[in-house]
Design a protein around this ligand. Sequence first.
Ligand code: SF4
Length: 285
Amino acid sequence: MEHCTLCPVACGADRSVRAGYCGVKALTVAKYYLHPFEEPPISHKNGSGTVFFGGCSLRCVFCQNFALSRAERGKAITPKELAGIFRELEEMGADNINLVTPDHVSPYIAEALALYKPRIPVVYNSGGYCKVSALEEIDPYIDVYLPDVKFFSPELSERYTGRRDYFAYCSEAVRFMAKKPVRRSEDGKLLSGILARHLVMPMCVSDSERVLDFLREALPEDAPVSLMRQYVPMGDIAGFPELARRLTAREYRRAVEYALALGFSALYTQEKDSADKAFIPEWDY
Ligand code: SF4
């Protein structure tokens, strides 16, 4: 981590002395709790033991967790303290441990999981902008992958994140994640495997269709897919007038119909009411 090339940005920061492009030197956490609003196989009965990490190397202009991804929130913790959080969430009855935006801090998380591997599934909840080499290091500790696949088009990802190579990295990462066998408990909790997510964005349904084509080809037959409707105008979108509104019913219906026609074995969709700031957590640190 003295010349960090962990994520595709490869900014080379010496993280022993300063934060990199992702905004953090090491682990920061803004909140951990039992999250009731993830997909049913993730939140399941008691809630997903969710840990929100500060910083992000993708920096979407429309980020729904903007203060967190820009590292304005979050307190520094050690891997040992993170292991204590895993234990605490498990004792609270969490159905799994859900690591939100872990890609830029994955070696520290691996260190925590080496200290304490929970008995419940560990979920790697990634923005999808990560290297396979980094995933290989943490994979022995991970049970479930929960990646976003945000964009297919390099032009779109460049416009909204500044990263033209998003899909090139994300697609390789998803192919790696898809190797984990899909296993569910009898009552439907995901114990192992992959659940891929895609957030449908205003004016971007054609790109959503290309993302869905990719997921149909890359994922195992029995892997669930989540097609999200929860986009709310937020973040630093003043220069992006097309992002200043929620999704229309017509846009979302078109994406859902396309996904249904592709024949995913399990497709999770969202109600219109999901696009509400009330569902965005408030940070504790
Ligand atoms: S993880 Fe952060 S510090 Fe490391 S290469 Fe990526 S942006 Fe730079």
